[in-house]
Ligand binder design. Structure first.
Ligand code: FAD
Ligand code: NAD
Length: 466
């Protein structure tokens, strides 16, 4: 007799493992299947965590090198890249082991191997020796995440032509690096290698970086990154990448057809990710996909089959770890008969560069498109005492509020700790707060968060410090 579970989650990333824990908390006999040999998914193994570790380490290196400008003399500062990579790996190992502990603690059965559908209630699991186990499941959650996409006829070798996975593990600092795509991955990984000494060129198809972000923030972001030494080539498309002995030649053309070649040691292709449904046997059991090959779900995360659900990067919506986690919790609650839901209007997005960039809710462009009348409050970190005190005062806070009701509709920040500051606005938006509610809340002095309060005051044209 094969093992029988009330719920089985395929994929142990932030969507899958969080969902499995919540299902077990709600009393369901649950299993979580993961193929990579380590829990935590893309996020912990080859995504959020290793990239944030390298962003932090490279920023520390960069800061120490420039301390003498602030009156702190240090000796020669040298980079030991292999030690830095080990430090990054340690963070990954500690966290992935931590997830394994959490599954055990919550009595979730962790099944190592690749899951695929045998039928709508049976999942086959093949381990690395190709041995097959079949389990029975009343409810099944697909949480198989996403994988990087490349460009036509360009294959990742993860040494010279790399995806984010290779870019997180280079064994030496490239002299010159071409980054194709000015989105989250390109700008975070471009920043890492630029700080460690590479000459970085970002080739972006559009006329601006970070598509979807509030335009004013995106423009300021590019200005700051340019000052840091990153080169941008907007409205350029990559035609081919040819490997040569010393690296690669990236051939591009601009919007009027002018050609430009970049010779470099490493090319990072970061033009997006695609849902990972390969090998699941979805067609066999008749699960519908949408036009972008994502698993099609309704608002309760249910597929077209009654007992099968999907969450995270493999369905529609932003490909973010916290979105996957929240969907994991919501679907578990729905399966257990509760009313789980995710508010897609308040999912923050953060780029962990220096300065950080964070946004939530509607951009100005989206409000204009929808003909919503709005007010803007803005406050520069140049006028924030904490930011000035530590000489980290680039950027600003921008709050958008409804012209009539003053309800906060969105907020966009570029500046120190923006990724932490955005949480306050998230809570405010969840409570349907007005900008005045934020403005009337006492914020500690001297903190960066006072810039949020001042931006809220500025919605009503009554900021004190500008
Ligand atoms: P995944 O994390 O991709 O997990 C899916 C898991 O399923 C994988 O471990 C995979 O091995 C497993 N799997 C797939 N098929 C099978 C199968 N058939 N059987 C068993 N197991 C299977 N997001 C943020 O919010 N913040 C960040 O700072 C951030 N940084 C990132 C940096 C990089 C370089 C990258 C690449 C991504 C980053 N992301 C970040 C995005 C984030 O990693 C994803 O949105 C998130 O991991 C999605 O979670 P998920 O559970 O849906 O899928
Ligand atoms: P992205 O969608 O963020 O950016 C891709 C960029 O590539 C866009 O600017 C796009 O215009 C450009 N592009 C597309 N085709 C191109 C072409 N042919 N030539 C030149 N430019 C081209 O994708 P990404 O940076 O690969 O990241 C994938 C996803 O991973 C993100 O969407 C995000 O959801 C997630 N992620 C999040 C974080 C974070 O939260 N801090 C960090 C890394 C990754």
């Amino acid at each position: 007799m094969s093992d029988k579970f009330q719920a089985v989650v395929i994929g142990g990333g932030p969507g899958g493992y969080v969902c499995a824990i919540r299902l077990a908390q709600l009393g369901l006999k649950t299993a979580c299947i993961e193929s990579r040999g380590s829990l935590g998914g893309t996020c912990l193994n080859i995504g959020c965590i290793p990239s944030k570790s390298l962003l932090n380490l490279s920023e520390e290196f960069h800061k120490v090198k420039n301390l003498s400008n602030k009156g702190i003399e240090v000796g020669e500062v040298k980079l030991n890249l292999s030690k830095m990579m080990k430090s990054k790996q340690k963070a990954v190992t500690v966290l992935t082991k931590g997830v394994e502990f959490l599954l055990k603690k919550n009595k979730v059965t962790y099944l190592k191997g690749t899951g695929s559908f045998k039928s709508k209630n049976e999942v086959s699991i093949k381990n690395d020796k190709n041995e097959e186990t079949i389990i029975q499941a009343e409810k099944i959650v697909i949480a198989t995440g996403s994988v990087p996409v490349s460009l036509p006829n360009i294959k990742f070798d993860e040494k010279i032509i790399v995806s984010s996975t290779g870019a997180l593990d280079l064994d030496k600092v490239p002299k010159k690096m071409v980054v194709v795509g000015g989105g989250y991955i390109g700008l975070e990984m471009g920043s890492v290698w630029s700080r460690l000494g590479a000459e970085v060129h970002v080739v972006e198809f559009l006329d601006h970086i970070t598509p979807g972000m509030d335009k004013e923030i995106s423009n300021e972001f590019m200005k700051i990154l340019k000052k840091q030494g990153i080169n941008f080539h907007l409205q350029h498309k990559v035609e081919k990448v040819e490997k040569i002995k010393s690296g690669a030649i990236v051939s591009t053309s601009d919007k009027v057809g002018n050609k430009k070649d970049f010779e470099c040691d490493v090319v990072l292709i970061s033009v997006g990710r695609k849902p990972n449904t390969s090998g699941l046997n979805l067609e066999k059991i008749g699960i519908e996909l949408d036009e972008k090959n994502r698993v099609k779900t309704n608002k309760d995360f249910k597929t077209n089959l009654e007992n099968i659900y999907a969450i995270g990067d493999v369905i529609s919506g932003p490909m973010l770890a916290h979105k996957a986690e929240d969907e994991g919790i919501a679907v578990a609650e729905n399966i257990a008969g509760q009313s789980g839901h995710v508010n897609y209007d308040t999912i923050p997005g953060v780029v962990y560069t220096t300065p950080e960039v964070a946004s939530i809710g509607k951009t100005e462009e989206q409000l204009k498109e929808k003909n919503v009348k709005y007010k803007i409050g803005k406050f520069s970190f140049m006028a924030n005492s904490r930011a000035k005190a530590i000489d980290d005062a680039e950027g600003f806070v921008k709050i958008l509020a409804d012209e009539k009701t003053d309800k906060v509709l969105g907020a966009h920040l570029i500046g120190p700790h923006a990724g932490e500051l955005i949480a306050e606005i998230g809570v405010a938006m969840e409570f349907g707060a007005s900008s005045e509610d934020i403005a009337r809340t006492c914020h500690a002095h001297p903190t960066f968060s006072e810039a949020v309060k001042e931006a809220a005051l500025s919605v009503d044209k009554r900021a004190i410090h500008s």
